[in-house]
Write a protein that binds this ligand. Structure first.
Ligand code: GLN
Length: 288
């Protein structure tokens, strides 16, 4: 029988995966195998001839097959790096995107370059998902108290796992529909900073996204209604209740939504200064 080595598994995996717009086959098979044998990718390079047990290789081939039909790698290996931190992810929560780091960096810079750096800052993250934004803000801004809310039970469970993993005690995670709570005037909290990466995809185009997004990621985290802008309208309304004079509101937007989102901000009439930032591909990505 042919010895099933690391090298053979990687080569077989590469042959099994068809190159599509959503994968990087060599990296994907490496990450699947690293995950299964609990070693980093460098180990694979250094130990090509090491034999792999048959139960592991069977799992490996199954996972490569699933990857080949578009199942997201991150859900298989329960991990996505964001802001240099390792986040646990699972089906039912949006996988953190590197584009969203622009929003986190924006807030960190705003805090560190203004008087906000000298006080305790209250931050609210609306629709936290895995907690990527809220927890990285809590991690990098030691003077922050972050409240992270989401309407989804699986998101709350996931964000709590990540808070524990990172050992953060300055982030409060709670299941809440901020819109309902605020409308009922239950919330008299004021926040210095309100952030959100809300669902912003137009309902009708969700099915046209890459398979791994449209088929496997939660619609609840993507669907922004008919024009994709539903949540910005609601956030602006809620912001009216929970901001103080100097509060900051910063949201992630779709690449073609800057004009519309700016209009929503301006129509709300509570903004004295507005900035926008681009992601690394040059698309508008954050409005503050
Ligand atoms: N940026 C996500 C995507 O690529 C969408 C996230 C969202 O709707 N907030 O599909």
């Amino acid at each position: 029988m042919v010895k099933c080595t690391i090298e053979k598994l990687l080569k077989d995996g590469l042959n099994m995966i068809e190159k599509r717009d959503y994968n990087n086959p060599f990296l994907d098979v490496q990450l699947i195998l690293s995950h299964l044998i609990n070693k980093d990718r460098i180990y694979l390079h250094m130990n090509k001839d090491e034999e792999v047990k048959s139960d592991v290789s069977k799992k490996y081939y199954d996972m490569v097959e699933r990857r080949n039909i578009g199942y997201p790698l991150q859900y298989m290996i329960n991990s996505q790096e964001f802001m240099g931190l390792d986040f646990f992810v699972q089906e039912g929560v949006l996988i953190p995107r590197s584009d969203t780091e622009i929003l986190v960096e924006k807030i960190i810079n705003l805090v560190n370059n203004t008087e906000l750096r000298n006080k305790t800052i209250n931050i609210l993250d609306i629709g936290t998902g895995s907690g990527a934004i809220a927890l990285s803000l809590g991690y990098f801004l030691k003077n922050s108290l972050v409240t992270a809310i989401d309407i989804s039970d699986i998101a709350i469970e996931t964000a709590k796992i990540n808070a524990d993993k990172l050992g953060l005690s300055n982030v409060l995670i709670k299941k809440s529909d901020v819109f309902g709570d605020v409308k009922n005037a239950k919330s008299n909290e004021k926040y210095d900073i309100v952030v959100s990466n809300p669902p912003y995809i137009e309902k009708s185009v969700i099915e046209n996204l890459q398979t791994e997004v449209s088929k496997y990621e939660p619609k609840l985290a993507l669907d922004g209604g008919v024009d994709g802008l539903d949540y910005y309208r609601r956030i602006v309304e809620v912001y009216g209740f929970i901001h103080s004079d100097k509060s900051i509101l910063s949201v992630e937007i779709g690449y073609n939504q800057k004009k519309e989102v700016l209009k929503i901000f301006e129509d709300a009439g509570i903004f004295s200064f507005i900035e926008s930032d681009k992601d690394l591909s040059g698309n508008d990505r954050v409005v503050t």
